[in-house]
Design a protein around this ligand. Structure first.
Ligand SMILES: [Zn+2]
Length: 599
C-alpha cells in the first residue's frame, strides 16, 4: 500500500439487549481498534464509526421480560456498552446508536432510494404471527419437528441436526420459543430486497476482492449460489417506520432490523460530519473511489456485510440489472474488505449468557487491566479460526509475556536510567552490537505495520514482541549495570540505545496496548498524548427535541503520522518507574472458574 488514504473503519454494531461479553470485543472491538490506531499512525485519515443496534425482536422480548419499554431497555444497555468500550480504549471517532433522528432519516432515505430504483419488491407472503401480540414471530423464535429428519428441536430457520435451511411454515408442531404458544400463519405484505437483480453486481464486486481471509471470501461467494429476495420489512411495532405511502402511518409495519443496522455505518459517518461542523465531510470516506473501507465483525454477520449491505448500496446507486439513478448520497463505495473473525469459546464451550457461561467485558475490566485483555485477544484471539479463552492461558500470557517480557524490559531500562543517570543520556560512540540492535529494531516498523495492514494481527503482535525479546537480549549482552564504575560513558550509551529500543517497541505495541503505551512514553521522560484515549460525551440529538444520549468520541490527531522511530529526547528527566502490568496470582484461575460455575 502506498500514499495516504481516507480509511473507513466500520465496526459491527453491538446489540443493546444486554452487556457485551469478551467474545464480542474479540470479534469486532479490539481488532478494529488495533487497525484504526495503526492506520492513523501510518498517516491515513481514519474515520472509525459504530453504535448500538437497538431495534428488532430480541430487544422487544427482553424489554417485556423486564417490564420496561424497548427504548428504556435500549437506553440502559447503550450506556453500559458505551462505558465498557470506552474503558477498553476503543478509539471511535463516533459511537452512536440506531434510535437517533439522524439514523431514522438516513435509513428511510436509503429505503426510498432502493425502492425508487426498483429493487424493493412488494410480495404477499404467509408469515408467522404471535396470536397474543399480533407481531411477526421471526423464524428463529419458532421451534418444532424437522420435516426432513424428524429432529424435534429444529428452529424455523434451520435444523441444527441435519443442517438444512427450513421455512417455519414447514415445521411440524411449531411453537413459539418466546411464550410456547402455537403461531398463526397469516397472509401479510412485505417489501423484499430484489437480491437476484443485484447478484450479478455483487458477484462482480466479490470477484475483484483481493487479500480477504479465504474463508470469508469463499463463504461470501457461496452465498451467491442461492440468492432469493429477502424481506426488509416486518410486522412489528418497534423499529423505523416504512417510508412509503400507506405504510408510513401503520404502527405495525417497520423496517427489518438488519436493513437499518447496516445503514448505520453511513448514518454514523453523516452524524460525525454534522457534529464536526462540516456536514459534507463524510463524503471523503464514501464517495471517493480511492477511499478504502474495512468492516469488522464476527463470522455470524458475514451475510449482512457481503450481501445485504453491498446489495443496498448497489441498489441505491442504481447499478443492478434494473438500472436506476444515484441517490442523494451520491456514488456510495462498496466495502474494500469484510474482515470477519471466527468465534471465541471460553473454557472450551461457546459463550452462553443464559447458562452463565460467559465473561462480561465489565467484570473483566473490574478485575484486570484493559491491556491484559487486549493483549490476549490480539495474540490468541479468533482471527482466522475459532480460539479458546481459558483463565490458565490468560494468566500465563499476562505473567510470562506482558509482565516478564515487556513490562520487565521497560522497568529494568527505566530503573537503570533513573538510578544511574537520572536523565536520558546522549548516544555516545556506537559499537557494532549497538548498531545491529538499532537496525533490527528499526526493521520492525515495516514488518509489524504490513502485518496489521493485512489483517494479520496475531503475527503482528508476535513480531512486536520479537523486538521486545531482542531488546532484552541486548541488555543481557551489554550488561550496563557492570559498567557504572569501569566505563560510565559506555554505560550511558548502552542505556540510551536500550531506551531507544524500548521506545521503538512501545510505538509498535501501542495499537495493541494503548493504555500502557502512554505510561511507557512517560517512563522514558516523554510528555503529551502518545496513545490518545476515547471519552464519553453527553450530546443532544441533532434532530429530535428533548433527547440526549452518550456518545464515544475522541481527538486522535496526536497519533497522526507517528508510525516511525521517534528519537528519545536526551536530557529529559527519568522518573522512578512503577510496574506496568499487574502479575496475576495462581489462584485467580480457580477463583474465576468457581465464579463461572456459579453463573
Ligand atoms: Zn433436520
Amino acid at each position: 500500500m502506498s500514499g495516504m488514504s481516507h480509511i473507513l473503519s466500520a465496526v459491527a454494531w453491538p446489540y443493546a439487549n444486554g452487556p457485551r461479553h469478551i467474545g464480542h470485543v474479540a470479534g469486532f472491538g479490539v481488532p478494529s481498534d488495533v487497525f484504526s490506531r495503526y492506520m492513523r499512525m501510518a498517516g491515513h485519515d481514519v474515520l472509525m464509526v459504530s453504535g448500538t443496534d437497538e431495534h428488532g425482536t430480541p430487544i422487544l422480548v427482553q424489554a417485556e421480560g423486564e417490564s420496561v419499554s424497548p427504548q428504556e431497555l435500549a437506553d440502559r444497555y447503550n450506556r453500559v456498552i458505551v462505558e465498557d468500550l470506552t474503558a477498553l480504549g476503543l478509539s471511535y471517532d463516533l459511537f452512536t446508536r440506531t434510535t437517533t433522528g439522524n439514523h431514522y432519516r438516513v435509513a428511510q432515505a436509503m429505503f426510498k432510494a432502493v425502492h425508487a430504483n426498483g429493487y424493493m419488491l412488494s410480495q404477499r407472503t404467509r408469515g408467522a404471527i404471535s396470536p397474543s401480540t399480533g407481531r411477526t414471530l421471526p423464524d428463529r423464535y419458532i421451534e418444532g419437528t424437522c420435516p426432513i429428519c424428524g429432529y424435534d428441536g429444529a428452529r424455523g430457520d434451520q435444523c441444527d441436526n441435519c443442517g438444512n435451511q427450513l421455512d417455519a411454515i414447514d415445521l411440524k408442531n411449531p411453537v413459539s420459543r418466546i411464550n410456547g404458544e402455537q403461531p398463526h400463519f397469516v397472509e401479510t405484505e412485505h417489501y423484499f430486497l430484489d437480491l437476484p437483480a443485484l447478484a450479478p453486481a455483487i458477484g462482480e464486486w466479490l470477484g475483484a476482492r483481493q487479500g480477504w481471509r479465504p474463508n470469508v471470501l469463499n463463504f461470501s461467494r457461496n452465498l451467491l449460489a442461492d440468492v432469493r429476495p429477502r424481506a426488509m420489512t416486518r410486522d412489528i411495532d418497534w423499529g423505523i417506520p416504512v417510508p412509503l405511502a400507506g405504510w408510513e402511518d401503520n404502527p405495525n409495519k417497520r423496517l427489518y432490523v438488519w436493513f437499518d443496522a447496516v445503514v448505520g455505518y453511513l448514518s454514523a459517518s453523516i452524524e460525525w460530519a454534522r457534529r464536526s461542523g462540516e456536514p459534507d465531510a463524510w463524503r471523503a470516506w464514501w464517495n471517493d473511489p480511492e477511499a478504502r473501507s474495512y468492516y469488522f465483525m464476527g463470522k455470524d454477520n458475514i451475510t449482512f456485510h457481503s450481501q445485504i449491505w453491498p446489495g443496498e448500496l448497489i441498489a441505491a446507486n442504481g447499478r443492478g440489472t434494473h438500472g436506476g439513478t444515484l441517490s442523494e448520497f451520491g456514488d456510495l463505495q462498496l466495502p474494500t474488505e469484510v474482515v470477519s473473525s471466527e468465534f471465541l469459546t471460553m473454557e472450551s464451550a461457546k459463550f452462553s449468557s443464559s447458562r452463565g457461561h460467559v465473561i462480561y467485558v465489565r467484570d473483566m475490566l473490574t478485575r484486570y487491566q484493559p491491556d491484559a485483555l487486549r493483549y490476549f485477544i490480539s495474540v490468541a484471539g479468533p482471527e482466522s479460526s475459532d480460539a479458546d479463552f481459558t483463565w490458565a492461558e490468560f494468566k500465563r500470557r499476562t505473567n510470562d509475556e506482558l509482565v516478564a517480557g515487556w513490562g520487565n524490559l521497560v522497568n529494568r531500562t527505566a530503573s537503570l536510567l533513573h538510578k544511574n543517570v537520572g536523565t536520558m543520556p546522549e548516544l555516545g560512540e556506537l559499537e557494532p552490537v549497538d548498531t545491529a540492535a538499532l537496525a533490527a529494531s528499526a526493521a520492525g516498523f515495516a514488518q509489524v505495520g504490513d502485518l496489521i495492514g493485512a489483517q494479520r494481527q496475531r503475527a503482528a503482535v508476535g513480531e512486536a514482541m520479537r523486538v521486545v525479546g531482542d531488546a532484552n537480549r541486548y541488555l543481557a549482552q551489554t550488561a550496563p549495570w557492570k559498567l557504572k564504575n569501569t566505563d560510565p560513558d559506555r554505560m550511558r550509551t548502552v542505556l540510551a540505545v536500550a531506551a531507544q529500543l524500548v521506545s521503538d517497541a512501545n510505538t509498535m505495541l501501542s495499537p495493541f496496548l494503548p493504555h500502557s503505551a502512554q505510561r511507557v512514553h512517560e517512563a522514558l521522560g516523554g510528555s503529551g498524548a502518545f496513545a490518545p484515549m476515547p471519552h464519553i460525551e453527553e450530546v443532544d440529538d441533532l434532530d429530535l427535541p428533548d433527547r440526549s444520549y452518550p456518545i464515544i468520541a475522541g481527538d486522535y490527531s496526536a497519533q497522526h503520522g507517528t508510525w516511525r522511530r521517534r528519537l528519545v529526547s536526551a536530557g529529559a528527566a527519568i522518573p522512578a518507574p512503577s510496574p506496568l502490568f499487574v502479575k496475576l496470582d495462581d489462584d485467580i484461575v480457580s477463583a474465576e472458574l468457581d465464579r463461572m460455575s456459579r453463573g
